[in-house]
Design a binder for this molecule. Structure first.
Ligand SMILES: [Zn+2]
Ligand SMILES: [Zn+2]
Length: 443
């Protein structure tokens, strides 16, 4: 790392002196504006890449063309690129002398849904998903992440006299089905390639562009999926005494399971169970043999998760007992674990990002969706996962009073590309540089 950032970081540490602190902020601001100028000149290419990927999204484990586009761009920057790591994932390595290996991750996948933004670059593409034709859309904003990832790679290569070490830029498939991180790890991500010393990832969200939100500790939820089959005995709707009614069991369960949340779980701790689908029966006068329920369970802490899972299982079994039915089939599948940010990495990046973004860089509460970036953290990569906003600040301010702005997974989710991608590149570049610098100074 060059003296530039080293000086500002050393200065930032000496907050006792107001004049030194002022000097530190000045230096970060200079570095940020140098990065801004670089991003500004690269932006037309990033914009073209973003709009191309947005218009032609690909769903989990189908991201062949998306990955190929990124691979070509990364090779042109001088990265050593390996494709098809974890099916459609890619790994891009850039060596620049002795130093730590820092991983930067983007996702590749879109969602099986129709985009309704009406944007000139909106997706009209369709694919086959679970045997059915569906529209595909980048309604989670993973295209913003890809453009930011690419811009960060380009900026860091441009600043290569400022840092020493290895960049490991990975593009992960199938985040939306919480499977891609596992697939890359199973395919030797940290054995065929260097195991990174530190990692970073970002996600966009429906708040003001220019804002960068972060957390120390828990950042996203544990996700478990719930499948229950209530087994009854079918028969005529006019003669229920001859049946065991699984529709009744399903109805009771959907209501009673919420008492696990409201009566058993500590009300100050986060935990939800939502039943998203009930499948059963064919006609008004036939009691079916069985009914299937599908739900999701989200928690932050392992002890809350254990209590919720036990309560949900007990409620399902008791509901069946009340109907004198056989035991239900209960399948709880672990999805993603909570993302837990490393205090050391956050502490290092925090000083620089705070100086660069001021009040626009601020802590936020944990978010309730889940994220399989936690797989990399749990495989031993201390990390920082942060969020960037996508909408005009005035619209966000107005939405505090009126209707909410469309969030991720809404068919109307429509980030403003330029300021969002620029903030993503600036924040990610500074975060990576801060960790290279910290390491170079032997801390
Ligand atoms: Zn998503
Ligand atoms: Zn997402």
């Amino acid at each position: 790392m060059g003296r530039f950032l080293a000086t500002l970081l050393a200065s930032a540490a000496l907050c006792a002196s107001l004049s030194l602190q002022a000097h530190a902020e000045l230096d970060v601001v200079s570095l940020k504006s140098a990065i801004e100028r670089s991003v500004e000149s690269d932006y037309p290419k990033l914009d073209a890449l973003y709009k191309d990927i947005h218009a032609h999204p690909e769903i989990a484990f189908q991201e062949e063309k998306t990955a190929a586009k990124l691979a070509a761009e990364m090779r042109a920057l001088g990265f050593d690129v390996t494709e098809h790591v974890g099916e459609t994932g890619l790994v891009a390595i850039y060596k620049n002398g002795d130093g730590p290996t820092i991983m930067v991750r983007t996702e590749l996948d879109a969602l099986p849904m129709e985009e309704k933004t009406g944007l000139p670059y909106a997706s009209h593409d369709k694919t086959i998903w679970q045997g059915r034709e569906t529209f595909v859309a980048h309604s989670c904003g993973h295209d913003i992440h890809m453009a930011s990832w690419m811009g960060t790679a380009k900026t860091l290569v441009g600043l290569k006299d400022q840092w020493h070490g290895t960049l490991m830029f990975i593009a992960q498939p199938a985040e939306e089905i919480l499977s891609g991180a596992k697939a890359m790890l199973a395919d030797g991500l940290f054995t065929r390639f260097p195991k990174p010393n530190f990692g970073f990832a970002l996600h966009d969200g429906p708040f003001a562009y220019g804002d960068v939100l972060y957390r120390v500790g828990i950042g996203s939820s544990n996700a478990d999926s719930l499948h229950i089959k209530f087994r009854g005995r079918g028969g005529h709707g006019a003669m229920p005494q001859a049946t065991i009614d699984p529709v009744m069991m399903a109805a009771r369960f959907v209501v009673d399971v919420q008492s696990v949340v409201s009566r058993e779980k500590d009300p100050t701790e986060f935990g939800v169970v939502s039943i998203g689908a009930i499948h059963g029966g064919t006609a008004e006068n036939i009691i079916p043999d069985d009914v299937m329920l599908f739900g999701t369970i989200r928690t932050f802490k392992p002890e809350v998760r254990a209590k919720m899972l036990a309560g949900i299982e007990r409620t399902a079994k008791t509901v069946a007992t009340m109907s004198n039915a056989p035991e239900p089939e209960i399948k709880i599948t672990e999805g993603a674990k909570a993302v837990i940010n490393d205090p050391g990495v956050v502490g290092t990046a925090e000083k620089v990002l705070k100086a660069a973004f001021g009040d626009k860089f601020r802590p936020s509460p944990p978010s309730t969706p889940s994220e399989d970036y936690s797989e990399f953290i749990n495989a031993g990569v201390p990390s920082m996962f942060f969020n960037i906003g996508v909408y005009e600040p005035e619209r966000v301010a107005a939405a505090r009073e009126g209707p909410q702005l469309p969030a991720n997974h809404s068919p109307l989710f429509a980030p403003v590309p330029k300021p969002t991608i620029e903030t993503g590149v600036e924040a990610m570049t500074l975060a990576v540089l801060s960790v290279f610098d910290q390491h170079a100074r032997g801390k």
